[in-house]
Design a protein around this ligand. Sequence first.
Ligand SMILES: NC(=O)C1=CN([C@@H]2O[C@H](COP(=O)(O)OP(=O)(O)OC[C@H]3O[C@@H](n4cnc5c(N)ncnc54)[C@H](OP(=O)(O)O)[C@@H]3O)[C@@H](O)[C@H]2O)C=CC1
Ligand SMILES: O=C1O[C@H](COP(=O)(O)O)[C@@H](O)[C@H](O)[C@H]1O
Length: 490
Amino acid sequence: MNLRPLTPCAFALFGALGDLALRKLFPALYQLDRAGLLHNETRILALSREQREEVHPLALIDEHVRRHTPANELDQSVLQRFLNRIEYLSLNFLNTEDYKTILAEHIEGQDQLIAYFATPAALYESICTGLAQAGLADQTRVVLEKPIGHDLASSRVVNDAVARYFPENRIYRIDHYLGKETVQNLIALRFANSLFETQWNHNHISHVEITVAETVGIEGRWGYFDQAGQLRDMLQNHLLQLLCLIAMDPPSDLTADSIRDEKVKVLKALAPITPDLLPRQVVRGQYTAGFAEGRSVPGYLEEDNANRHSNTETFVALRTEIRNWRWAGVPFYLRTGKRMAQKLSQIVIYFKEPPFHIFAPEQRALISNRLIIRLQPHEAISLQVMTKEQGLDKGMQLRSDPLQLNFSETYKAARTPDAYERLLLEVMQGNQNLFVRKDEIEHAWMWCDQLIAGWKQQGDSPRPYPAGSWGPVASIALITRDGKNWYGDL
Ligand SMILES: NC(=O)C1=CN([C@@H]2O[C@H](COP(=O)(O)OP(=O)(O)OC[C@H]3O[C@@H](n4cnc5c(N)ncnc54)[C@H](OP(=O)(O)O)[C@@H]3O)[C@@H](O)[C@H]2O)C=CC1
Ligand SMILES: O=C1O[C@H](COP(=O)(O)O)[C@@H](O)[C@H](O)[C@H]1O
């Protein structure tokens, strides 16, 4: 593994007893410890509002690490070593004057502080102020969770507040999709294989499809989700990041800014979807009661604490284009939804048909190569190629066969690290490649804001779709109108 030597740090986790910290961050830190990637002197400061009487915070962290770690990866001695690193501190993040007394003394002697904000973004400014007042800002890298704001204006408020204390090269904005192994693989696939790169443009590619389908609903997060909706929760960040990695030009090197510069160019070139284009190019949906993973589930409006009249979308599908030399005229179809038929994150690149047909007319509909990149689950890359049916009776009868690379088969012995493990490691190493720069966030919001404004202007209501389906029928029409189908839905 290509890892820099470990350096010790103090890792301050703000919001340490929240859902994200307990379910994802502590288990990820445990895995880094198990892999020998935490320096002996690295300390973890678990910060939360109050001392809970019922369960000691360390017992809670212990319980969650055990619950979210596969049994064969639980090593009692590592777990004990990991827990020994953790110190729980009770702090109200809004009381900025308390940081000096409560936090500063626990960081003494450490050159490097990593401050992870696993809290609502409304608290980021207070936390930054508190760190600065305690004299800790100069030695700190800050990690910001999504969402950063709910539109361009509010994201600027958050980003500007953080920027008052920290330079951009010490701000790590999380998009956990960038930490997924298969998402990082997009860079290798595209730029380490000249085979693909020479074909990667409008001359050879007919269209691109990006699907991120979830089977989960809103998992008790009504308060957050109903204010956000699927466009803000998933498309503004994860899907647009995938689109950027697929569509960007080759960066001149692998440094964070070279990669981010190329991603920003894609975001800037996204064709605006103005209100007049909304009816043809965008479909919003909201799930009704149905089935998910073999059990019956309530509709969005019947979820706990639901407002029965909510217009928030749990599904969005859209067609867009990238206005540049490489992608002129190539449609990109994006869709994402909750409570869909299957958990599936997948990118499909459709190559054009050969320029001249020598095969029988009835065979021609078959002829087009597809590159299918399955991000999760069952990570795989498959290139559909045309072959001849075997047999004397077959003549020149064509069929489509996969050249398949199945990652779980290929790397049988290796475990796939969770995205947060990779991202935490990168922060500790001071590498910003897998984090989102301020201007990326802003261009993504700018593009999404006009969609949201258009919906508002037109009083658009989401279309119902039953839980366990592939979304509203209109999302199928969105792509069939162009003579295409969503891959694998039929
Ligand atoms: N949960 C998830 O799966 C995901 C979360 N995120 C983002 O991560 C962040 C955290 O989310 P999540 O863990 O779900 O949220 P939670 O509400 O579960 O956790 C937030 C934590 O912050 C604490 N907190 C809030 N206000 C204060 C304060 N003034 N002083 C001290 N502690 C405070 C809360 O304490 P208390 O319980 O006492 O209020 C709680 O422990 C959010 O920005 C979210 O958008 C992003 C992607 C996925
Ligand atoms: O950021 C988020 O992502 C999850 C989906 O993540 P995945 O790694 O399970 O694909 C989504 O459920 C959640 O609503 C959203 O906030």
